[in-house]
Design a protein around this ligand. Structure first.
Ligand SMILES: NC(=O)c1ccc[n+]([C@@H]2O[C@H](COP(=O)([O-])OP(=O)(O)OC[C@H]3O[C@@H](n4cnc5c(N)ncnc54)[C@H](OP(=O)(O)O)[C@@H]3O)[C@@H](O)[C@H]2O)c1
Length: 169
């Protein structure tokens, strides 16, 4: 079972200006295409309830696991969702037992931090967009001591690169 964290990041380390800022409003069309292709291929995505609220369309062919402390979340685009609150380790073990081969951890900051702190992430795919916010929602929001090794740089365009890192365990 492979656990991949995927995020688009400004050069100063932010993933949004605030917690209702939709990613596709500021990321490149190349990154949107990269994310859509990979999420369709993998088919399993984890998001926090705030990020899920920013989704304004149906993500056909993807199962979306929405982290929330509530029993249900509003699902106006009628996505295929499951509301979860289990620890990352328990959640990943459960997916494994259901035969899931890979899952994408799709944010936001609280979910990236939760999964990194739990030590369950194998790979990071960080799209660096050529923009600066100066302030906003950081990629991670708590101290971490994770070591990573740069594997591949995917060249999406002159201005947009995806840095693929392996998490050292
Ligand atoms: N650039 C990118 O690649 C990218 C990717 C994803 C998101 N984003 C952006 O990130 C921002 C949102 O990030 P965020 O950190 O503020 O919010 P978030 O991680 O999307 O969602 C936070 C919510 O997740 C739930 N949650 C968190 N930890 C939990 C736990 N241990 N158990 C159960 N539920 C838990 C809680 O939901 P309840 O309040 O319902 O209990 C919490 O309010 C948005 O602007 C979004 O667009 C950017």
């Amino acid at each position: 079972m492979k656990v991949t964290l995927i995020a688009a990041v400004t050069i100063d380390g932010f993933i949004a200006r605030d917690d209702v800022h939709l990613s596709t409003r500021w990321t490149s069309k190349e990154d949107t295409r990269f994310f859509r292709r990979l999420s369709a291929k993998v088919g399993h995505m984890v998001v926090g309830s705030k990020t899920f609220k920013t989704f304004d369309r149906k993500m056909a062919g993807r199962k979306i696991y929405v982290y929330s402390h509530k029993q249900t979340v509003e699902n106006s685009s009628e996505n295929d969702i499951e509301v979860v609150s289990a620890s990352p380790k328990k959640f990943i073990t459960d997916l494994e037992s259901r035969g899931v081969a890979e899952v994408l951890i799709c944010g936001g900051s609280s979910i990236y931090t939760l999964f990194m702190k739990a030590g369950v992430v194998d790979r990071l795919l960080l799209t660096q967009e050529s923009t600066i916010f100066g302030a906003g929602v950081p990629l991670f929001s708590e101290p971490l001591k994770t070591k990573v090794s740069l594997d591949i740089i995917h060249n999406l365009s002159d201005q947009t690169k995806v840095f693929e890192y392996e998490v050292m365990k």
